[in-house]
Design a protein around this ligand. Structure first.
Ligand code: COA
Length: 384
């Protein structure tokens, strides 16, 4: 391995433990992911997103009465506050939806009744967290409509958090299969220990500002193509391959992209050295929507071809972003909304980490290894 490559491998805090957390466990060698001790596949297949958000914030699965009252509070919070709607109407409509989300969540923070509460006041933070989780779904769905000249759709009583998101973005009540699949997608994206955006949220939280500040920073970190932006990149790739001939040319497309030293979105992971269990489940969900009534197999079949080609040529498995792209596409969602959807779900995890950081806080302030010039004298402007 070249020196440059060796140095790059050592960078990015790879393999370093940056702190304790009781929220999420990953074994990247064995492909295990658990939230609060519960296996992700079991949570995804048997739980609901509301139960998972409660679990992440409180450490235990909710009892029936707790879940009922949390669902009610969360459903009541699925609204776009008026000042947020006004800003939504005022900002340019062609900006990146993650840039819009970053701004809108920040504005939502101004409207919160507990905006400047003591960061160590857990009940106030939980009220704020519930409002934020409700609002982020409403304002993400509303943004997609408003930027396209449509009116926002209000949440429908009786629908789940997942069902309401699909309803608010499309204006139509989703099918049972669509709601179930989307609910699982939200669960699968909810947390992933110290990934870039969550770590960002924790670094911000450790200075003791407020929940919204940490979530706004996390949205910025999630926007990048090496993190949450990858799901949109996957769909653009699938659309491009489809235009150039579809499944029969998938292997050639992958070979040429790798030869051109391109990073292919939806593959590789810093922690998983084997199958990402979220990708395993998402592959099933992608197939489920593809084969359900009104579905379309094309994007699932093309994804399988691309994954096969990538595995053969690079021996790296798909990550969480790969099969979520074809799943959302068949659910009728446009590609650039995939990263904002990731943010909607991950808000539950970010908040869990912010609460955990607040509960046992120490400022996060590492050192850098200085590699710049030695001490030198200032050179006056006329002598430079
Ligand atoms: N496409 C092509 N090559 C890839 C790749 C990808 N998606 N992911 C990793 N590789 C290759 C790298 O080029 C590198 O090869 P080399 O050793 O010959 O130089 C090797 O695999 C290690 O990759 P590296 O980028 O050093 O790993 P990392 O831990 O820094 O990066 C990711 C992890 C996720 C950033 C990286 O896999 C990636 O960019 N994936 C695509 C974006 C993506 O899907 N992100 C979502 C993550 S959930």
């Amino acid at each position: 391995m070249s020196d440059e490559k060796q140095a790059r491998k050592g960078g990015g805090l790879e393999g370093m433990v940056a702190g304790d957390s009781a929220i999420c466990f990953i074994d990247g060698q064995k492909g295990i992911l658990r939230y609060r001790g519960y296996d992700i596949s079991e949570l995804s297949e048997r739980g609901s997103f509301e139960e998972v958000a409660w679990l992440l914030w409180n450490g235990e699965l909710p009892r029936a009465a707790e879940l009922a009252s949390f669902k009610k509070e969360l459903a009541d919070a699925v609204i776009v506050p008026r000042p947020v709607l006004e800003v939504m109407r005022a900002i340019p409509k062609d900006i990146h939806p993650m840039a819009a989300l970053r701004t809108l969540v920040s504005v939502a923070g101004h409207t919160d009744p507990d905006a400047e509460c003591d960061p160590l006041d857990r009940p106030a933070n939980l009220r704020k967290a519930t409002r934020l989780l409700g609002q982020i779904a409403a304002l993400t769905a509303a943004w997609d409509r408003v930027r396209n000249g449509k009116e926002p759709v209000t949440a429908k009583p009786g629908l789940s958090y997942a069902g309401n998101f699909l309803h608010m973005i499309s204006g139509n009540e989703p099918s049972e299969v669509a709601t179930r699949v989307f609910d699982e997608c939200l669960i699968l994206h909810a947390d992933h220990e110290f990934n870039a955006s969550t770590f960002t949220a924790r670094v911000i939280a450790a200075t003791l500002p407020d929940v919204h500040s940490a979530v706004v920073g996390a949205i910025g970190a999630l926007k990048g193509p090496l993190h949450g932006g990858a799901n949109t990149g996957v769909m653009h790739m699938l659309l491009e391959i489809d235009q150039q001939g579809g499944a029969p040319i998938a292997s050639k497309w992958v070979r040429e992209a790798l030869a051109a030293k391109k990073k292919i979105m939806g593959f590789g992971h810093r922690v998983y050295k084997t199958d990402d269990p979220r990708a395993t489940r998402l592959r099933k969900l992608s197939e489920l929507v593809a084969t359900a009534k009104g579905g379309d197999r094309k994007w699932f079949d093309l994804s399988i071809e691309v994954a096969k080609a990538f595995q053969e040529q690079k021996n790296l498995p798909a990550n969480v972003d790969f099969f979520s792209a074809s799943t959302y596409y068949v659910l009728g969602i446009v590609p650039d909304m995939y990263t904002p959807i990731f943010a909607v779900s991950r808000t539950s995890g970010w908040i869990a980490h912010v609460l955990e950081q607040f509960a046992n806080n120490r400022l996060i302030r590492p050192l850098s290894n200085y590699v710049g010039p030695e001490a030198r004298a200032f050179v006056p402007l006329e002598k430079r």
